[in-house]
Design a protein. Structure first.
Length: 160
């Protein structure tokens, strides 16, 4: 398994994986799926975009970008997506670890996640195992696909 910067030929697989998470409606705040054009622009617009390449097959990805601007521009934000067919193989852990490293290389000092859904236990355990700290809980901060609201838990880690 190799975590590397994405290439243009990776875009169809990346878009499909991203859209799978969006369609699930339980983790990403986005409600609209990407198409070929919007996907290419979206991934190109990030500070850094990486893929998990399993012998030529794209099985996951992450995006890294500023969480804010100006005096808070040293804080990064990221999102991770792993194909449902490849979950449970620790790909997420590899993506997050690489992202922390890339955040530091890109001049970010902190990596902050604004909206980790409280019921997303696997992600929360991963972040905590890697040293992220929970900042608190925002009651009913995330509207699930079925319309009910769940708490979100912001996390952060120092990376630079």
């Amino acid at each position: 398994m190799q975590i590397r910067a994405y290439l243009p030929e990776d875009l169809p697989a990346m878009t499909a994986i991203w859209n799978e998470i969006v369609e699930d409606g339980i983790a990403f705040p986005q409600e609209e799926c990407l198409d070929d054009q919007s996907g290419a622009a979206f991934f190109a617009g990030q500070t850094y975009t990486a893929v998990a390449d399993d012998d030529g097959r794209i099985v996951g990805l992450y995006i890294l970008h500023p969480n804010n601007v100006g005096r808070c521009g040293h804080i990064a934000n990221a999102s991770y997506a792993v194909s449902s067919a490849f979950r449970g193989k620790h790909i997420g852990s590899l993506l997050v670890q690489d992202c922390i490293r890339q955040a530091g290389l890109h001049g970010f000092r902190i990596l902050q996640f604004n909206a980790v859904v409280e019921s997303n236990i696997h992600a929360r355990h991963l972040y905590e195992r890697l040293g992220f700290r929970q900042l608190g809980t925002i009651p009913q901060g995330f509207r699930m696909k079925d319309g009910h609201y769940e708490n979100i838990c912001p996390y952060y880690i120092c990376c630079g």
